[in-house]
Design a protein around this ligand. Structure first.
Ligand SMILES: [Zn+2]
Length: 192
């Protein structure tokens, strides 16, 4: 129990819509065990993907039909970030992560573009209690994402939400327990 923290489905990479009836059983199970379902959304890294299936607007149907299901729109629907922000804004059970926006590192121009997009999202959808940090490592580097976070015009407490607090709550991660495990590991390293 509790070993599975979340599920990720890949519409776009695979030809199905999030509101496909065949997935009802998955969503019912996810609700029963209170496990979030993450959806790949937006661009597919592979040119063989069919992006109409990955448009974030389709996720609204699932959010409405399964109000108790917790949903994450991965990659903020990039490049359909406006559609993603509307789905996040209107459904309190929908979250979004901004992982995998670049292959490798942000260029200066793209970083500025994405900074504006995310700030617009927060302006529109409100306090970023729905927004999750993520890199999609090894596709994007942790270093480039940390410097991207520094560029965001947000107070430190809101950034803490995005960095880890929102995710810890959503995925029910006992952060205090992780700290204990890490402290124990560090002590072992020191003792050696
Ligand atoms: Zn993905």
């Amino acid at each position: 129990m509790g070993a599975v923290k979340g599920l990720k489905l890949y519409p776009g990479y695979e030809p199905f819509y999030p509101h496909d009836n065949r997935l009802k059983v998955v969503y019912d199970l996810a609700v029963e065990y209170d496990v979030p379902v993450m959806f790949h959304s937006g661009d597919t890294y592979s040119p063989k993907g069919k992006v109409r299936f990955a448009h974030p607007l389709h996720i609204d149907d699932v959010a409405v039909d399964f109000p108790d299901l917790k949903i994450v729109i991965c990659h903020v629907g990039n490049p359909w970030i406006r559609d993603c922000m509307e789905v996040v804004y209107k459904n309190k059970n929908v979250y979004a992560d901004f992982s995998g926006l670049v292959l490798g590192d942000f260029s200066d121009k793209f970083e500025r573009y994405m900074k504006n997009q995310l700030e617009e999202m927060i302006l529109y959808a409100g306090e970023p209690e729905y927004l999750l940090y993520g890199t999609d490592w090894p596709i994007s580097s942790m270093k480039t994402y940390l410097s991207f976070m520094k560029q965001l015009d947000l107070p430190a407490d809101k950034k803490e939400l995005i960095y880890w607090k929102n995710a810890a709550k959503l995925f029910k991660i006992d952060v205090a327990a992780l700290k204990t495990v890490n402290d124990a590991k560090n002590m072992k390293v020191k003792a050696q």
